[in-house]
Design a protein around this ligand. Structure first.
Ligand code: ADP
Length: 438
């Protein structure tokens, strides 16, 4: 096109010279030139008008205007550009349609929102799982549609390492796992997965363990009772029976402890929603548990150090907290050789409240730490016969802390003792309850 430019300039000059020549023929070269310029101006304006109308509505179905010379080339160039643009647009639209079709085919709900939660796009499964309506929910804030404080807190937290589980607001029998990812300009991609089957299986497992433990408790109590009577009257028994009866009594009390812990764990697990919000004073509770732990230590001569800070009121279930704290403190006694030191500290800071149970005992190889709170997981399986533990203590601690929005931190190395720290959030700290009476 570039090389045509000088040709067009030459044509225009030739046209103007021709007009001047015609003018000269009639004795008025200036008129001839003026008329030539006016004709050229009129033609230019006519072409500009056609272009102007076409640009105003290039997709209106009209072909790009046709012309000759400079304007003809410009119209052709613009027509080509427009065609390229339409082709790219079609390609992009096809790609977007494909992405939307594939996300629509997904069984998981997918939702895109901006940083404040205004809904921008969602797929068909999100409509089914969460009850969104395409006609009315566009631009709505997602917290107004999923009215759940836990979801709002999760959305605002910006910490999406762990998913959130909740019941669908539209179909309460559907249990959803929600995972949020950040993308683009602080926007959110929300994926909602239907985990109802898994949830029901988990619930069945809990119920089964709870029911079996309950059913076993009564016959076991009877057996233990008779065994205890036999142990008490061991002198009347033939000597060859005495050892057998003693071992049976020991094992039945171990089974009783196991069943008590299983029932407790299943209660704590299922009681997640019905957690009491009574205020618990942890100071007398810790003192009492340490008193019992000294009795457990017996003549092993463990040295106890107890430090309890100023603020020691916590919102939560007293019996669950007692179970958790006593498991940690009794473990410290069980896994610390005679003469060792056990330090129990309760302190509060800007983050919340912290109970630390530190011992100078056998310690734990750090490879075991991530799995210690699993049921029946033992760092040193050969020792559990000695300690007589059920293997459920730390699982109980973990669930109690989950129920209280807390978490368990474990610091330990083989031979260097262990420290178990229960962290509770600030919101769990309570102000002093008013004295009753005067
Ligand atoms: P157990 O009834 O076996 O004590 P827990 O769930 O209470 O079960 O503890 C799980 C495992 O964690 C224990 O078997 C033990 O290996 C380890 N453990 C717990 N507390 C301590 C501790 N204070 N020092 C060393 N190891 C510990």
């Amino acid at each position: 096109m570039q090389h045509n430019w000088s040709r067009y300039v030459r044509w225009i000059i030739a046209f103007l010279i021709a007009c001047t020549g015609v003018g000269l023929f009639f004795g008025e070269p200036v008129y001839g030139l003026t008329i030539g310029l006016l004709v050229y101006l009129w033609w230019t304006l006519a072409q500009a008008k056609r272009l102007y109308h076409w640009l105003g509505n290039p997709d209106g179905g009209d072909e790009a205007p046709q012309s000759v010379g400079l304007w003809g080339d410009m119209f052709d160039g613009l027509h080509k550009l427009h065609q390229n643009h339409l082709r790219t647009q079609d390609k992009l639209r096809a790609q977007i349609n494909r992405v939307q079709e594939s996300t629509n085919a997904m069984r998981d709900g997918v939702i895109m929102t901006d940083s404040r939660g205004a809904m921008e796009w969602w797929n068909g499964s999100a409509e089914h799982l969460l009850g969104f309506r395409r006609s009315s929910d566009q631009g709505q804030f997602i917290h107004n549609l999923i009215r759940n404080p836990a979801f709002k807190a999760y959305f605002d937290s910006r910490d999406y390492r762990e998913p959130l589980e909740l019941n669908s607001p539209a179909r309460p029998h559907i249990h959803l796992q929600i995972q949020i990812s950040l993308f683009g300009d602080d926007d959110r991609l929300i994926v909602a997965k239907d985990v109802t089957r898994l949830f029901q299986l988990e619930q069945m497992r809990r119920d089964f363990v709870g029911n079996v433990s309950h059913e076993m408790r009564t016959p076991l109590t009877v057996i233990s009772g008779y065994l205890e009577t036999l142990v008490d009257n061991a002198d009347d028994l033939p000597p060859k029976w005495r050892r057998a009866i003693n071992t049976m009594a020991q094992q039945s009390s171990r089974m009783e402890a196991l069943i008590t812990d299983l029932i407790l764990l299943s209660k704590i697990e299922t009681g997640e929603q019905t957690i009491s919000d009574a205020v618990t004073d942890v100071k007398p509770m810790i003192s009492q548990i340490c008193h019992d732990a000294k009795a457990l230590s017996g003549d092993q001569g463990h040295e106890f150090s107890i430090n309890i800070g100023e603020r020691h009121l916590l919102t939560g279930d007293q019996s669950q907290l007692r179970s958790a704290f006593s498991n940690l403190i009794f473990n410290a006694v069980k896994y610390t050789p005679a003469g060792g030191k056990i330090t129990v500290t309760w302190n509060t800071d800007r983050e919340g409240a912290h109970l630390s149970v530190k011992d100078t005992g056998i310690g734990i190889d750090p490879v075991h730490i991530p799995r210690l709170t699993e049921r029946f997981y033992r760092a040193d399986p050969s020792r559990h016969k000695e300690t007589g533990g059920t293997g459920l203590g730390l699982a109980i601690v973990k669930h109690v802390l989950l129920n209280h929005d807390g978490r368990l931190e474990i610091r330990s190395h083989i031979g260097e003792g262990s420290e178990f720290i229960c962290h509770f959030p600030r919101e769990r700290l309570a102000e002093r309850v008013p004295e009753t009476g005067s």
